[in-house]
Design a protein. Sequence first.
Length: 294
Amino acid sequence: MTSLRDRVVIVTGAGKGLGRAYALDLAARGASVVANNRWADRSAPSSAEAVAAEIRAAGGRAVANIDPAEAPETGEALVAQALAEFGRLDAVVSNAGVPETKRLHRQTREGFQRIFDINFFGAFHLVQAAWPVLSEAPAGRIVVSASSAGLHGGDGMAAYASSKAALIGLVRGLAVEGQPRNVMINAIAPYAVTAMTEQHLAPGLAERMDPAAVAPLVAWLVSEDCDVSGQTLVSGGGRLRAAFSVEGAPVAFDEGRVGAAVHAALGAQPRETYADAHQAFAAFMDGRPALAAT
């Protein structure tokens, strides 16, 4: 079992669903948790405080934060709260997000921006605020919640898929920056039954998709044991797989054979992954003969 003894972790969107499962599991493994969830309905109890109270009742250490994840100042507030309450910060789990299914011709600019503000910039503000602290930590760790929509798209998912794909790009870029500082950042694309997904799951599938089944992966990714960075991991129902950005072999083309070259490139082998954009460029221009379009 992954131990998180003495580690301090911020979890956004921790009041319900996956975030709640992560927060409870992290605390059970010994972590001190800052549980964040916006308190939108002040006539009802705060879900963040309910999770923090549940952790404390079980003998763990936790405090609540009710600020909206997308607010630019929330990231700094969460980091300051972790340092004030627990004296350190070792990891952040950016889980807060909202779904949307709306085709582009019905989408407003304001609506598109709102999805990005919550799903992408909510994560960015937290990561940017935590980065200097995690860079000084012995083993700084970051997990952001992406989505299979960000990998593969979907009908009516332009805003949601774009915001999640942007997170994957952020992870790839910061993995390179974090390497000399032992800061490791990864994305997860979780599958679980939540208020966001339950209406889309086939009968009989929901019981296999407990949010708690994803929590052990998150725990490992925020632990000192984690030795991977820049990766996207799909997980649900006690299973996981890795998702990759790949490039196929180059295909030569000229003015008269562009279409044929495109189709040849779509099936060209081998397909490779690269550590960063510079490595990909070097491999593309390495001087080996390109495949011929047929």
